[in-house]
Ligand binder design. Structure first.
Ligand code: SF4
Length: 342
């Protein structure tokens, strides 16, 4: 019998052009956060100059055969920017939309910074997606990380974003203080149940000059190790796959300033691919059940991550003793032989 795996082989990852506003609008600097280092950008230039540069870049990137990217206001608390700065950003973005240089607008913000008038303004300006830096829905973890809001606020924020008609993105912080792998997996389920249309997993890093670095030095915080992170995110990714919710980013980009500032934490340049390799393996095991897997057919595009980093998944696949074929298929197909107990 042939079984089709419920696995999205080409998840929808939007093309984005980020416009970083590090710490802009943030009520305080969070325990673990170093947005200037993570984004590799400390923007001191006036907004007008930055939009001029963006305009030039978008003109250079324009291709007749490709959709324009979405403009993403990231790195701070967009909905808590001083009103004139927020309006200026939205007006500039609208010009870019009108010229067809961008296809949509999105922003990231805190769950406790969603006043109605700001949401209305975003909607009127054509914003389509709001990504909430939820980090966790777990009360203890939110308290330990001094996020400044609790679980109820985090849930209400997700509902509010949806109620206003935006697509909801949820950013989670596996490994944050007070969060166990089990609680993180509950967070993934929780975000999905609240209507998240996309997820991001950013394993918590210890970065220089943060409060978390001081706690780590005193032995009061230990990040998750890489293996725990890979294994846990693989289960989280599978939950998202089951719910048809794309995880559009796992782990931070290798910005030189971030790598320099990273003191500890589970980071790898191919973290996402390694997680997907594990997750696909789990999905196949689950679909196979007690049957014997004779042949696994996969779209060629999965070849890039299937065997994992330096073939780390080869032994696992070899133990299944099945034929593995990459070809012109759209879905993952399993040829199974039912084994009957006598
Ligand atoms: S609100 Fe977000 S961007 Fe601002 S300091 Fe906290 S984690 Fe960083």
């Amino acid at each position: 019998m042939t079984k089709i795996l419920a696995w999205d082989c080409s998840p929808k990852v939007p093309s984005l052009i980020p416009f970083f506003l590090p710490f802009a609008g943030c009520p305080f600097r969070c325990l673990y956060c170093a947005q200037d280092l993570v984004t590799g950008q400390e923007h001191h230039d006036p907004l007008s100059l930055r939009f001029q540069r963006l305009h030039k870049e978008l003109l250079q990137r324009r291709r007749p055969d490709r959709d324009p990217p979405q403009l993403a206001f990231y790195g701070g608390t967009f909905t808590a920017l001083p009103l004139d700065a927020m309006n200026y950003c939205l007006e500039q973005a609208q010009h870019l939309l009108e010229q067809g240089l961008i296809s949509a607008l999105r922003c990231s913000t805190r769950p406790d910074a969603l006043p109605d008038d700001r949401l209305l303004r975003l909607r009127e300006a054509g914003m389509t997606t709001i990504e909430l830096g939820i980090q966790s829905f777990d009360e203890g973890a939110l308290r330990a990380t001094e996020r400044g809001y609790g679980s109820i606020k985090a849930c209400e924020a997700c509902t509010k974003v949806k109620d206003y008609g935006f697509e909801l993105g949820v950013q989670l912080l596996p490994g944050m203080p007070g969060l166990s792998p089990g609680r993180f997996l509950k967070d993934v389920s929780h975000a999905i149940s609240l209507g998240a249309g996309l997820l991001r997993f950013y394993p918590c890093q210890v970065l220089a000059k943060t409060k978390l670095a001081a706690l780590w030095r005193k032995g009061l915080y230990s990040p998750w190790d890489l293996q725990t992170t890979l294994a846990t995110l693989a289960v989280g990714y599978l939950k998202a796959q089951d719910a048809h919710v794309p995880v559009i980013r796992m782990g931070l980009a290798p910005e030189p300033s971030f790598l320099q500032a990273r003191l500890a934490g589970p980071w790898h340049p191919s973290l996402g691919a390694r997680v997907m390799a594990r997750s696909l393996y789990l999905a196949v095991l689950r679909a196979k059940g007690r049957a014997k897997l004779v042949c696994l057919r996969l779209p060629r595009r999965l070849q890039g991550f299937f065997f994992g980093e330096k073939g780390e998944m080869r032994d696992k696949w070899a133990r299944l003793a099945c034929e593995i074929l990459f070809g012109n298929v759209d879905r993952v197909e399993l040829d199974l032989l039912e084994t009957h107990k006598t």
